[in-house]
Design a protein around this ligand. Sequence first.
Ligand code: KG4
Ligand code: ZN
Length: 337
Amino acid sequence: MLVLGIESSCDETAAAVVRDGRSMLSNVISSQINVHKKYGGVVPELASRKHIEAVVPVIEQALDDAGVKLGDIQGIAVTRGPGLIGSLLVGLSMAKGIAFARKIPLVGVNHLEGHVAAVYLSGDIPEFPFVALVVSGGHTNIYLTESLQSFRTLGQTRDDAAGEAFDKAAKLLGIGYPGGVIIDKLAEKGDPSLIPFPRSMKDSLDFSFSGLKTSLLNYLRRREAPVTGEEMPHVVAGYQEAIVDVLVEKTLRAAEMNGIRRIVVAGGVAANSRLRDRFRKEGGKRGMRIFIPPVVLCTDNAAMIAVVGNDLLSRGGRDGFDLNAVSRWPLDSVGSC
Ligand code: KG4
Ligand code: ZN
């Protein structure tokens, strides 16, 4: 089945064509980074306005790149939530318009489920059950995954998400937006043990990152002079290590506690090179198989939405034209929303 995926939950307008949920024929992503950069974060109204400008050209490009026509598409998958409502509505309206005009089935997809499903496009596909760590700008969750329709939360953040911890630190340090990629790059030249930052909630599978952010703030206040260009890589490497340490340790522990030897790491923060490295090394040592999608499929994209859409459509899933956006949609309630 040829599925067109549409994603507009945050600040990326994306469309992709995927065959049978496994073969990615195109994957077009239009980023709004330049629009939101000067505000140091995503401005929801500006995001909606940019989506409305980009959505048609992005879909045209996705069809072109895939070498198919709209008439070849057999189903539409669109992100329904969680995300920014104004942004989601742009993708949803577009998806409904196409489904209505072409008389093809439409399904709404959970964005977090999409992140996990991105692994199906990577060639190395895990069997069920597996433990999934979903780490993005808004979520940090560990799930026991029995199927693409069955996720049980084993651990979650009590405050900030890991991606937020990266982005807020970059803002505090004045090194730019979005923080995750910038810190990742800078940290390559730093020593992660030089400036230690705290690891929180060691005995739980839940996470807390707000104390880490405060400890960075306190570190900056205690200093007499601003962080120099030479020191910066060490500061961010130490900070990044504190995030990576807890993500890796708790996910491995969650898998061991449940007798599972397969781990999927997904979401924007899964693009982090240190996290990818540490998971592979430590996972290997503890007898785990680690599955991480390629970087371009970790951050927001529509191919991952088409994968879930293919699964839903091929099991007869259909949404009506009254389908609406949802800002919150916990993954352990997919199917019941
Ligand atoms: O999944 P995603 O693209 O969007 C959401 O669903 O939130 O994740 C975005 C988050 C941002 O916080 C961004 O800073 C972070 O992922 N991120 C990274 C890296 N690339 C993106 N964090 C650490 N290292 C990276 N290389
Ligand atoms: Zn995302």
